[in-house]
Write a protein that binds this ligand. Structure first.
Ligand SMILES: [Zn+2]
Length: 83
């Protein structure tokens, strides 16, 4: 058996660029929020305006918690990543 001096590190972000890591982290937040919404029975409802999130948006971004309009407003204000 070979002795390895340093334990190999495992990470979901291994080999990713900073942008890829950030996008994965944002996606994980969205997924967590969507799971919470499913649990609370409000999945598919925009957390900002209360309107239904269009099914086509949910097909593309299943973890979306805001409708396209509200998401664009947030992105314009924050200059963040639109997913
Ligand atoms: Zn909305």
């Amino acid at each position: 058996m070979e002795v390895i001096g340093k334990k190999e590190e495992y990470s979901a972000f291994r080999g990713d660029t900073h942008h890829e890591r950030l996008k994965k982290k944002v996606s994980m937040i969205y997924i967590k929020n969507a799971l919470t919404a499913i649990h609370e029975g409000v999945y598919g409802v925009c957390i900002a305006c209360g309107e239904k999130i269009p099914i086509n948006r949910l097909k593309i971004v299943p973890g979306a918690v805001r409708c396209t309009s509200c998401e664009e407003k947030i992105q314009n204000q924050c200059g963040g990543i639109l997913i």
